[in-house]
Design a binder for this molecule. Structure first.
Ligand code: MBD
Ligand code: FE
Length: 316
């Protein structure tokens, strides 16, 4: 058929058969210049700097793909839907940016601008499930609350893990300096693929904790090897994924915000190398240096696996 049934159901036209013809543009770049030129001399300086580029890309995009009024109307509705769906629990517009790779791109641009050394641990996006005020826990304690009645109890036992390492300063150049009293704020989802606030079967603040490094910059805790997890796909972002023939899965990951006096706090994630989605993260956050290999742990009734991972922070 001329019109793809799935697209027609959403009111989308057929993929444009005609390619863009330069000979008869409805509005050429003079029109774009006119819009850019409407900016006044008292415009906000950063906006005055970035809006010309935004407008050029936006107009060129519309011209290049021959956007129609009905398609543009759908895009407006789509963005409105994202807004309507969003609250403190769920940020659909952020999720939309995530699946477009925009949050990961912006995160990398920011990190590159602020980096003071090449030894800093790479950053990764915050994601929508961070919570402030996770419990402050002593080193060596566990962020996992388990009850045998949970359907994922067995998997949690099989994936129990001991996580330890140092927080270091990049300021020492080749020899990173341990940072004491650094805070390692950690959170991950349960083996059922849900973060604690998405899941009524988990206790408040389950799988979250904050740990303070000792005099040698060390932290240590018990957690779980992370499980692959589908981003919430029952909203507009999920609809877009399915129209693009994409899946919603993220490889198993553990989130961190690591902070220390005089240093830029690091927001990052680590990824379990065993995960089949490691090369196809739906939000494009995986970086080579953040992929980790958990090793079997001997003689510890609390953990079947262990991982040593250091975080190197850059100077403020
Ligand atoms: C997540 O768990 C996440 O970490 C990100 C970045 C986006 C959606 C869900
Ligand atoms: Fe996450």
């Amino acid at each position: 058929p001329l019109v793809d049934p799935a697209m027609a159901a959403l009111g989308l036209g057929s993929a444009n058969a005609k390619t863009y013809k330069l000979e008869k543009p409805q509005y050429d770049t003079k029109f774009t210049d006119l819009v850019i030129g409407a900016t006044g001399p008292k415009a906000h300086p950063r906006l005055a700097q970035i809006m010309p580029s935004l407008l050029r890309h936006l107009h060129n995009f519309a011209r290049e793909v021959n956007i129609t009024v009905s398609e543009w109307t759908m895009a407006v509705d789509f963005i409105n839907e994202c807004g309507k769906m969003s609250d403190e629990q769920r940020n659909e517009t952020q999720l939309l940016c995530d699946i477009l790779g925009l949050e990961s791109l912006v995160d990398e641009i920011t990190a590159n601008q602020l980096a003071t050394s090449t030894t800093e641990t790479p950053s990764a996006i915050l994601g929508p499930f961070y919570r402030h005020d996770a419990p402050l826990l002593p080193n060596g304690s566990s962020i996992v609350t388990l009850s045998p009645s949970l359907p994922w109890y067995e998997q949690a036992i099989a994936d129990s893990a001991y996580l330890t390492g140092q927080v270091l300063s990049s300021s020492g150049g080749g020899k990173p300096i341990p940072l004491r009293n650094a805070i390692v704020d950690v959170w991950h989802s349960a083996p059922n693929g849900l973060y604690e606030q998405q899941d009524t079967t988990q206790p408040e603040m389950n799988l979250r904790g904050r740990f303070v490094t000792d005099a040698n910059g060390r932290y240590s805790l018990y957690c779980l090897r992370p499980t692959a997890y589908p981003i919430p796909d029952d909203g507009p972002a999920g609809k877009l994924l399915s129209l693009l023939d994409r899946h919603p899965w993220r490889p198993g990951h553990i989130h961190f915000i690591v902070s220390a006096l005089g240093h830029r706090s690091l927001t990052t994630q680590i990824f379990d190398s065993r995960d089949e989605y490691i090369k196809q993260d739906s939000v494009f956050a995986v970086k080579e240096e953040l992929i980790v290999d958990f090793k079997p742990r001997q003689g510890d009734p609390q953990a079947k696996w262990e991982l040593e991972y250091d975080f190197v922070l850059g100077l403020m």
